[in-house]
Ligand binder design. Structure first.
Ligand SMILES: *Cc1c(COP(=O)(O)O)cnc(C)c1O
Length: 226
């Protein structure tokens, strides 16, 4: 993987997604690639856009707010995939088409009140203690979903999870299965799961969105604290 060859990296990731879908006996368009552009400048996003990429994931409201003016891109879909602090819900509702990290009724209510148009949301589910600090407990997901479904501006599309980090995709696979089962019970179509190290396993387990950063844009340098 050559840094600076974003178009080539994208083509390689798309080919791997297509192969994983085929192995799993799923249709070629059953999983969407979300290019995770956090920490990378607008130029990198533009390069991906010119290579046909449309769905992008960012994890910090403030960082994306700074990049957004340079990114008036027809058809681009901006997704917030990182934890959303309550004091940033209004800005997030303006900046993003989708918030993939809703993990409480209170956060959903704030978003619904701040939204001036319809926003797609996913509920982030925390399936392991070691995973991340954010995410709803599995036992709370149904209540959060019920609440969101009563809201005017939020469109509940499905679930997102981040399994414990590992270079071995088999470590993540049981978490992907679990998320799929929760989504099946909830009756929601979207499963956002799988990153650079494990997106093929996620697709085999039913992912409809994979969030890939490193394999497209290269290694990240740690961002400054927000
Ligand atoms: C950074 C990030 C990704 C992408 O991770 P890579 O390993 O670089 O593909 C995916 N999902 C979330 C929530 C992230 O914060």
């Amino acid at each position: 993987m050559a840094a600076g060859d974003i178009a080539g990296n994208l083509a390689a990731v798309r080919a791997r997604i297509a192969a994983a879908l085929e192995r799993a006996g799923r249709p070629p368009d059953a999983a969407r690639l979300v290019a995770v552009s956090k920490t990378f400048p607008p130029d990198a996003i533009l390069e991906a856009y010119r290579a046909g990429q449309r769905d992008f994931g960012e994890n910090r409201v403030q960082e994306f707010e700074g990049k957004r003016p340079a990114l008036e891109l027809e058809g681009a879909v901006w997704r917030l995939i990182g934890h959303l602090q309550s004091n940033k819900t209004a800005r997030a509702a303006q900046l993003f088409h989708a918030i993939d990290s809703v993990d409480s009724v209170a956060l959903a209510e704030r978003l619904d009140r701040a939204a001036t148009r319809r926003i797609e949301v996913l509920i982030e589910v925390k399936l392991s203690e070691e995973a991340t600090k954010s995410g709803a407990a599995e036992g709370d997901v149904q209540a959060i979903a019920d609440a969101i479904r009563r809201m005017k501006n939020l469109d509940l599309r499905g679930l997102m999870t981040i399994p414990p980090w590992s270079t071995d995709a088999e470590v993540a696979r049981p978490y992907f299965r679990r998320l799929r089962e929760i989504g099946r019970r909830l009756g929601t179509p979207e499963l956002s799961m799988g990153m650079t190290n494990d997106f093929e396993a996620a697709i085999e387990e039913g992912a409809t969105m994979v969030r890939v950063g490193t394999a497209i844009f290269g290694k990240r340098t740690p961002p400054p604290p927000e």
